[in-house]
Ligand binder design. Structure first.
Ligand code: FES
Length: 63
């Protein structure tokens, strides 16, 4: 699961998202965490097609 590629454009895997998620402050909702993960990994800044997948992974990791 860790090595599953979530964002092909920016080569961001589940593990990368998990790492970014644990950086900095943990409060906030999924959208806030998404912004943080995006800032760190640049996921979903290419075609944008992975947006929902990234959100899914974040909410799964948060829950
Ligand atoms: S797959 Fe993530 S931006 Fe294209």
């Amino acid at each position: 699961m860790e090595n599953i590629m979530i964002c092909n454009c920016m080569q961001v895997s589940v593990a990368d998202i998990e790492k970014a998620l644990h950086e900095g402050q943990q409060f906030g909702d999924v959208e806030k965490q998404f912004e943080k993960v995006q800032m760190v990994t640049h996921c979903s800044t290419g075609c944008g097609g992975c947006h929902d997948k990234v959100l899914d992974v974040i909410s799964e990791l948060m829950g």
